[in-house]
Design a protein around this ligand. Structure first.
Ligand code: PLP
Length: 388
């Protein structure tokens, strides 16, 4: 059976150039980038080259890029590091939105248990945060605002530049989780006007377990991992050199392919959406269709339990998701759709299709050929009346 992967927001397959360069690097890997001798300097040069490529992906200076173990660690370092650094200033208030990834949500919740005040902002049905909601929540005690650039479940893109300005007007720092936007749409730290930004290699055809945080020059953070002076004292520990090399190659490819892939994938995604809405009754797109990353759609299928649809599609050879990877495999309603104010049935009948480099028009045709019958079959098993 042909298997078709439509879950690129969970993770992406390694690009062949990444595999090739990482394999070469693994065979050659002898030096520690902190060592002064030839082998160490060779490793350091490779890390520096990758740092420049990652910086270019987000239009940043290489010296402001710190490698981490991935998006989760970058989010933790941004939030915990900034929160702790601002304790002496008396700023013990954090703001995030209800649709953040668990890496942000559970980090601010953990800090709430340790005495920080936390405000979780609601979003409306479009999945976009109304800037006025942020303005109302900001106080002179707000240390940090953390709002994601693109949402992992529905793909909507927040007006980060506007939101960051509001935070700065009240003297707060601004972090954005750009894990789902980097590599898909232009991410420019200067234009966004943020102080901290998280990215992760495995979302743009790089390896898992490596990511980066961009930290605006001069910003003080309390490190999470203490030890040696690696990464300019921001994150101790011998660097994951091979992972970093892979991330650098992936970043360079993402820059080269971004425009053409965005055009290609948004056309495939839009065709998928239009055809589903036209041919399957009781379907609706979750979140605004614009502004959105080009590869993502999240569709509710009335009177269908999302988990059953996911499994039925998997049996037909299609890999999709019910939402964030972390909550897949559980029957938990999507916290994103819940935060958007949708009723229970709507938060439990949504499927995310996230397209990527491996997908072709034929894949979309195959999905569109299979989907109506799968949905019909599942609906025939339920007695619930139409609700959409
Ligand atoms: N932030 C967002 C928006 C994500 O989608 C993810 C991954 O699903 C993460 C953070 C976590 O990244 P990582 O898997 O690299 O820890």
């Amino acid at each position: 059976m042909q298997r078709i992967y439509l879950d690129h927001n969970a993770t992406t397959p390694l690009s062949s150039a990444v595999i090739e360069q990482m394999t070469i690097a693994l065979g050659r890997d002898r030096g520690n980038p902190s060592s002064v001798h030839h082998f160490g300097q060779q490793a350091k040069a490779a890390v520096d080259q990758a740092r420049s490529a990652v910086a270019a992906l987000i239009s940043a200076e290489p010296t402001e890029v710190v490698f981490t173990s991935g998006g989760t660690e970058s989010d933790n370092l941004a939030i915990r590091g900034a929160a702790e650094a601002l304790v002496p200033a008396g700023r013990r208030h954090l703001i995030a939105s209800g649709i953040e990834h668990e890496a942000v949500l559970n980090t601010v919740k953990a800090l709430a248990k340790r005495g920080w005040d936390v405000t979780l902002l609601p979003v409306d049905e479009t999945g976009i945060l109304e800037p006025e909601r942020l303005r109302e929540a900001l106080t002179d005690r707000t240390a940090l605002v953390s709002l994601m650039h693109a949402n992992n479940e529905i793909g909507t893109v927040q007006p980060i530049a506007q939101l960051a300005r509001l935070a700065h007007d009240r003297g707060a720092l601004f972090h954005t989780d750009a894990v789902q936007s980097a590599g898909k749409i232009p991410v420019d730290v200067g234009a966004l006007g943020v102080d901290l930004l998280s990215i992760s290699a495995h979302k743009f055809y790089g390896p898992k377990g490596i990511g980066a945080i961009w930290i605006r020059r001069g910003l003080r953070l309390v490190p999470l991992v203490t030890g040696g002076k690696h990464e300019r004292g921001r994150r101790a520990g011998t660097e994951n050199v091979t992972g970093i090399i892979g991330m650098g190659v992936a970043a360079r490819e993402a820059i080269a392919n971004m425009t053409s892939e965005a055009t290609r994938l948004s056309a495939l995604r839009d065709r998928l959406e239009d055809a589903v809405l036209a041919t399957i009754p009781g379907t609706v797109i979750n979140g605004t269709r614009q502004p959105r990353v080009p590869n993502t759609t999240n569709i509710s299928f009335d009177r269908v339990e999302a988990e059953s649809l996911l499994i039925a599609l998997d049996l037909e050879g299609f890999a999709v998701s019910t939402g964030s990877a972390c909550s897949s495999g559980t029957l938990e309603p999507s916290h994103v759709l819940k935060a958007m104010g949708f009723p229970a049935h709507r938060t439990q009948n949504s499927i995310r299709f996230s397209l990527g480099k491996v997908n072709t028009a034929e894949h979309i045709d195959a999905l569109l050929a299979a989907l109506p019958a799968v949905v019909d079959k599942l609906r025939s098993l339920t007695r619930t009346h139409a609700r959409i």
